[in-house]
Design a protein around this ligand. Sequence first.
Ligand SMILES: [Zn+2]
Length: 408
Amino acid sequence: MLTDKTEFSPLAARNAMVVAILLLSTCSTSFSAQASTVYSPYQAVEMCDYVDELSFNGTRANESVQWQSSLGPRTIGSNASAVLRASVQENLTQWNVTMHEYTVEDITFTNIQASLRPDNFTQDTPRIVLVAHYDSRDAAERDPDVNRTGEPIIGANDGASGVAALIELARIIPPMELEYEVELLFTDAEDKNHTPHTFFGADAWGADQTDVDIHRTDAYIVLDMIGDADLQLTHIWPGNGSLWSTITPLAQSLGMVEGHPDCNGEPGVKILDMNTSFGVSDDHLAALEIGIPAIDLIDIRFGPNATAFGGYWHTHEDTPDKVSAESLETVGRLVELGLKSDAWIWNASIRMQQEVAEPVEVVEEKSERNVESESETYPFLASVAGISIFAIIVLIFILNRQMRTSLK
Ligand SMILES: [Zn+2]
């Protein structure tokens, strides 16, 4: 992955916080005013029915991490990258695997898309997209050895872990005989040392999506840096709120939430902490931008006692010995449970409403997306919201000046 979204100067941080609080208060007002129309599009499902039959194998996934790492860095256009692509193509025999090559800014990269559709597939069949980047970073800018910051990293966690989970899921999904399409998207060129940071692979995928594709895609879930032996998952923003709300009950069922017993009554341990949130730019942005509900499952505190965007992240310490089969299995089981229980499929009546009258967009999501695009990634502001933010910023600027003047 990705970019750190958390760096601000103290003054900017304070201003941002004021803006955020004002924005949030505006949003919560609009939420409560329309409380009767705020709902999640995801259907209610019974998860405990499936917990005892989960089969995701973390040991197998970890073997894939070891193998991918043994290829060396899978940087864009490298031989190791081509070997990995060929392996995915050879192994996913039950899937329709296609290679998608693009050239952007003189960089040529290749996404792998693997699709599995039900027999009765139509253009209305829902789709869930599971995503991991298969390239490894071509720099180690955080490495303590300044002589090696220009060398590519192994990316056992940042790259191979997500890919390993997708490959293991590719093995166990076909027997599930799901009634919807699953697409496994292996993006290239996610982690190029490029200014500004650009998600080449995911962006190219996003640009290829038709309105029909977008409309039937109920969830897009990124798996990145999920192998840390000291696994600590949190809420990540930006991300679709309704989709995030499906993750908590899944994690609780599996004993991943402190204070909540799992389906067998065993106490939960703190693996997912939804009370902590980090801002992370990753491959999920491309889907959010085109209106697909998307989230990023990522442990951005890589290593024991690591801080966010610290630890082994983007260093030469991102090696297979830091990745554990247990962590891979924990995340893999969560995804498997979500798939088996249909937790990420929209309620049929909501889908129908959308088909009949186009703009019956879910209120909560729409507001949330507006907040996201206004507050960060995209400089394009629409109508009233933009004007309000401008007014708030001007107000803060004036207050700041007044405060400085009074301090003199
Ligand atoms: Zn990275």
